[in-house]
Each structure stands twice: as structure tokens, then as C-alpha cells.
Design a protein around this ligand. Sequence first.
Ligand code: DAH
Length: 347
Amino acid sequence: MKQQLENIRTQALAELAAAATPADLEELRVKWLGKKGELTAVLKMMGKLTAEERPVMGQLANAVRAEIEQTLEARKTAIHSAVLEAKLASEAVDVTIPGNAVTLGHQHPMNMVLDQIKEIFVGLGYQVVDGPEVELASYNFTRLNIEEGHPSRDRSDTFYFTDDDSVLLRTQTSPMQIRFMENNKPPLCMLAPGRVFRKDEADATHSPMFHQIEGLVVDEHITMGDLKGALVAIMKKIYGEDSVMRFRPHHFPFTEPSCEMDMQCHKCHGTGEVDGAVCSTCHGEGWIELLGAGMVHPEVLRGCGIDPDKYSGFAFGMGLERMAMGRMRINDLRLIFDNDVRFLNQF
Ligand code: DAH
């Protein structure tokens, strides 16, 4: 029996030393120390020993069991840290490798200018509204006093959806005046930016889709003086306090009187010439057109249920691309819509 126990010790310790994984260890634990294990089998034979032999063998058996248990624990710790080390090594991160740069985008230059314009108008008490791009001809033309047969209604200028020319892509943001006056009572103060569509060939200053910003103010005693004061103040905020503005008479069917507002060219200061050559910014005009405006036509007010004897108002419509090109010195409209990052990154 002594020999048996010695054998168990030697073999168990040798096998434990060779174990490489936690599963190996568990298998060996069951094999050597388990209820059906080798050691238990030997202990079961203790009953056959003499009274003198029994304590001696018992002591030896306990010593062998203790030694196997200790070795098992030691191997467990060793294997555990070996596994951990292998894991750490395989998952190691080299913090000195250069990372993948995250490139941050920014707002499109058009939105930058639009946000700035909106902020100024909101500060003056204007309500910013949105409306449909697919519009009824009655809103886009008829109720704005634009008669049948007017050139802007022509099929060569306007995108129509229906054969009877009653549904179209809006050619201007002015129909928002009608929509707003239908649903709101004076005093009212509205700003309506949005896309408009015309059958234009794209070139440096034209695009079949562009943006307008419509403005409308209606209250008692609104005069052309209010129109001029408001628009000059707004443009000075956008283009700088030293910018010079002028108003020219013009004609729009939905305003009476009507005008256009120009800004003195910032490049040639109104002379139309730079170093003896025609100014490339204003094409020798000395002035840059900013917007159309006027006093809301009494017929337009009446058509929206507003009494023109009690109320009056002014309206204006400006081109956002034109404003952005002036503000950011962009010389070709198509660049704004190309979405070429080499262009966009400059802003
Ligand atoms: N809708 C006009 C256009 O597209 C611009 C315009 C002129 C708007 C006069 C107005 C206005 O509100 O009063 O050319």
C-alpha cells in the first residue's frame, strides 16, 4: 500500500506538471482526488490493514492528498496567469500607431448665409415659415395679380405638372405671402426662405433651381419709408455698416409701387472700373442688384380678406445665392451646387 501511495504521488505530480489548461487540471483533479479517483480507491482498502499499520498509512495518504491538492492549486494559479498573459499579449494595442483622423464637416456656405439672414430677421420680430415647392398656379400667379398670358406663366419658363397648367413648381417664394395672409391676421411679419424653379439653362449666374427669401410685413400705417428703413438696416447688418444702397423704380404685378434695391459694388465703389478695366464683379454697372420689393398691392390684400383701406404692407424677395455670392466672393453659381469639397472646405 505504501508503494501504491508513492506511485500515486509521483504520477499525479508528473501529470499535474504537464497540464496546460484549466480543463486539463479539472480532469486530473477528478482522476486523482475525486470520489471514484485513485486515492479514494486506495483509502477504501485501509480496512484490511492491521491496527498498527492503519495510522501510518492514514498519515501517508493524507500527506499525499495534501501534496496533490497544493500542487493542483499552484498549477491553477500558474495556468491562470499564463492564459491571462497570452490574452494580454494577443490583444495588445500599440498606442504609438497614428490614429485614423476623423474629418469633421461643416455647414454648407448657403446655409451659413441663410442662418445669418434668418437670425437678423428673427431679431426684428419676423416669423420664419416654410411652404410647398409644388404649388398651385392660383397661388404662384393669379392671386399675386399676375394675369393670364403674363410671360412668366409661359411653358418655356415654368415647370408644370398638369396639362391645364394649374399645378407647378413654384417660380418664386411670393405665393407664401398669400398662404401666410390666408391663415394669419395683421399685424404680421413673415420671412419665407425656400427653393424655386425656373426653366433656365445653368451658367455662372443661372440655375434651374435656386433659393429665394420672401419677406412680408402688414399692419396699419405701413409706408414705403418703413420698407426702405427696414431693408437698408438689414443689408447694412449683412454687408457692413459702410455699404451704400439705392432704390430704383420697377414693376411687379403684386406690389404698387414697386422697386428694386441695389448695393454699391464693393470692388469698384460704384465707378464700374478697376485699374482702367471694366469691373468684373458688377460688370461695369457700379451697382449690384439685391432684391425686388414694394408695397403690397391692394388687390392682393383684398384677395386674402385683408381690408386695404385699413391695412397696408410691404414685401420683398431676394435671391439667396446672389446674397451668398456677394458675401463670400463666389463668382460662379454652379460651384454652390456642385458639392465639391475642395470648394466647400474654403468656408
Ligand atoms: N418674386 C419676385 C421675383 O421672383 C421678387 C419680388 C419682387 C418679391 C417684389 C416681392 C416683391 O415680394 O414685393 O422676381
